[in-house]
Design a protein around this ligand. Structure first.
Ligand SMILES: O=C(O)c1ccc(O)c(O)c1
Ligand SMILES: [Mg+2]
Length: 642
């Protein structure tokens, strides 16, 4: 039997959203613009931010409110508790000065972090006495003090000890600040939060982080990320806080080296997305603890890739069509009113758009030949766009010609677009409605479906786009892998549906000298660098496409000698693979075969793969050899490769 939720736990209005000014780049004014534009209710103001500004605290407070934002917290106050004599008096005097500044700024909550003072003494009752006395000073001014356990605190590094201090201080103006990073980095069980009354939690800070073994302070100050971008169980943490009836702000506090140099607007948008997504996950997991956020459609279940559209022109479009023909695709349809060709094989639809107006044309003009649009088959296209918009994604629409369907779409990676097609609304009939059909036999060389799409982006964009996919769709991340390019490192992160219906690899390049980095520079922004097609029999497919004139990326003798040494494969199998330039890998489940095309102009390429017995990777160990060969080709053809 499910019991009704205690009425105190049902919020009538959503928890306020807030973000610490340290979380994003720019000067204070740029930060405020970006934070307000993203939709936040308030900010935590970091002392440094306004000390660096030329306005008085009163002017800065007004400027913040002029942006429609409230100051949810003033922070940080350090090294308060445990001092004696003059030092103790000085700490209280310092607090009084900060209370004055808070008055002028117009905020009533201040964060005190657990002490690191070399002269501070331990003892929970000593600390509780200090905070009780501070509470007496704060009360007449209407100020609330939120005490936070830093993971590297001298005596207090655990929220349970911070809570015990607050409990013993026993003062209405002294409460707790919970920060998911400090608690989760130390592996403290979130269930311990259930022992804290919601009204004694004065403030809530949220941050995620990748799991890396490292000193707490360094980890916290350089590697925090938005909830959902890292590996910490922030959802469990938030569920526990929600269950206490906490009703203060949910505030992001992200210290991250990359973010310090990022775009203020992009970071604020990602932060807002991460909070809405977190709230949605908590509301789904805890139906009796409602945080007051209007319910969103569930994360979209993806059935597969319906189409991939290239923007191209003239000779480049002809070249692409030739490559597709060699790969076994047929020219299966032609748009009734536009210069848009459908190429098909198995369940794969590739569209080549050579229009001279509209979105594809604009994409071609900026980026050259490349993927401008991906169509996904989903359970509910309209709900997908509703969810995406609630998460701050930008809807996309362009003029619809006579007889064309209106297909819901949003802006995606780089300046590309993503369309959503579903069965219930008949959108999957787009090919019959908008296209005239030419070839009907599309068996080709046995390519059956799109296995994965690889998007190349700058390393700094990877967290953002992985959050985009995992918050909108029912998709998860697999661990990041390093891809070694002879001229630098490329980091690769797969984002996948549980059943593999959609697999994406996000490749983050750091230098222009890598093959991926060169592609990024050459195509003026992030985009699809390669598409992998699946076959059930790679040997048969290869024979078929080689007969059609396809030339695989050639692999050196050394590669096959090494393969023979690494895996216990039959020499005949290795010989067969070598004859067709097939690469090989295995994981705990099964075997994997792959072949690459030679790089097209600009560095775009195709891959053919066969997964056996549930192999779940992407052949990462082969990447260095593949990249070296691709670079040899680019150089031999006089194409710039670095
Ligand atoms: O790194 C710090 O010093 C620091 C300061 C304030 C905080 O709220 C915090 O979580 C960390
Ligand atoms: Mg904190």
């Amino acid at each position: 039997m499910t019991r009704p939720a205690p009425s105190s736990l049902i919020k009538t209005s959503p928890l306020k959203t807030s973000i610490a000014t340290v979380s994003i780049s720019g000067n204070l004014r740029e930060k405020l613009e970006a934070i307000a534009a993203a939709g936040f209710d308030g900010i935590e103001i970091f002392e440094q931010d306004f000390v660096a500004d030329i306005g008085s605290p009163r002017e800065i407070g007004n400027m913040i409110r002029d942006h429609g934002l409230e100051i949810t917290l003033f922070q940080p106050f350090r090294d308060f508790e445990g001092l004696t004599g003059d030092l103790r008096q000085r700490a209280f005097d310092r607090a009084a000065r900060k209370f004055d500044v808070m008055d002028q700024l117009g905020t009533d909550t201040i964060l005190f972090c657990s002490t690191l003072h070399p002269k501070a003494l331990g003892g929970i009752d000593r600390a509780a006495d200090d905070y009780r006395e501070l509470g007496e000073m704060a009360a007449p001014r209407g100020i609330k003090v939120a005490y936070e356990a830093l993971a590297w605190g001298k005596y207090v590094w655990d929220h349970r000890d911070a809570w015990e201090t607050v409990r013993r201080a026993d003062h209405p103006n002294i409460g707790l600040c919970l920060d998911s990073f400090h608690s989760l980095s130390r592996g403290i069980d979130s269930n311990s939060i259930h022992a804290i009354p919601g009204d004694k939690i004065f403030f809530l800070q949220l941050a995620d982080a990748p799991l890396i073994e490292m000193d707490y302070l360094y980890w916290s100050r350089h590697f925090r990320s938005m909830p959902g971008e890292g590996d910490l169980p922030v959802v469990d943490f938030m569920r526990a806080v929600a269950a206490t009836g906490y009703s203060g702000p949910m505030s992001l506090e992200i210290f991250n080296d990359q973010f310090r140099g990022g775009s203020p607007r992009g970071l604020a948008r990602d932060g807002y997305r991460s909070l809405i997504n977190l709230t949605d996950q908590v509301q789904r997991a805890e139906p009796t603890t409602v945080l007051g956020q209007p319910a969103l459609p569930a994360p979209t279940k993806i059935d597969g890739v319906e189409f991939i559209e290239f923007a191209s022109h003239g000779a480049e479009a002809d070249k692409l069509a030739t490559t597709l023909t060699q790969l076994g695709f047929s020219h299966a349809g032609q748009h009734k009113s536009k210069r848009v060709a459908l190429w098909r094989q198995g369940a794969i639809n590739i569209v080549i758009n050579t229009e001279e107006a509209g979105f594809a044309h604009a994409s071609y003009a900026t980026h050259g030949t490349g993927v401008c649009d991906i169509g996904l088959r989903v359970d509910n296209a309209a709900a997908t766009v509703t969810r995406a918009q609630a998460l701050g994604a930008v809807p996309f629409a362009q003029e619809v010609g006579p007889g064309e369907l209106v297909i819901p779409a949003i802006r995606s990676v780089g300046s590309s677009v993503m369309h959503f097609l579903d069965e219930t609304s008949g959108l999957d009939r787009v090919w019959d409605v908008e296209f005239d059909h030419l070839d009907t036999d599309t068996t080709g060389a046995g390519l059956t479906r799109v296995d994965h799409v690889a998007e190349t982006m700058s390393y700094d964009e990877m967290l953002s786009w992985s959050l985009f996919y995992t918050s909108l769709f029912e998709m998860g991340k697999s661990p990041m892998v390093d891809v070694i390019d002879p001229d630098g490192l490329v980091r690769s992160q797969a984002v996948e549906t549980p059943d593999g219906a959609l697999r994406l690899t996000l490749n983050g390049a750091e230098t222009h000298r890598t093959f991926a980095g060169h592609f990024l520079a050459d195509s003026f922004g992030s985009s699809v660098q390669h598409i992998a097609f699946e076959t059930g029999d790679i040997f048969a497919t290869m024979e078929g496409i080689v007969a059609r004139g396809f030339k695989p990326l050639d692999m050196p003798q050394n590669y096959y000698d090494d393969l023979a040494a690494r895996f216990g494969l039959a020499p005949e199998l290795i010989e067969k693979m070598q004859a067709l330039d097939i690469l090989y890998d295995e994981d705990a489940q099964g075997q994997f075969f792959q072949v690459y095309s030679r790089p097209q102009a600009g560095g775009l390429f195709f891959e053919i793969i066969q997964r056996c017995a549930g192999y779940n990777g992407y052949g990462a160990p082969n990447a260095p050899f593949r990249i070296a060969s691709q670079k040899r080709h680019m150089r031999a053809k006089g194409m710039p490769s670095r």
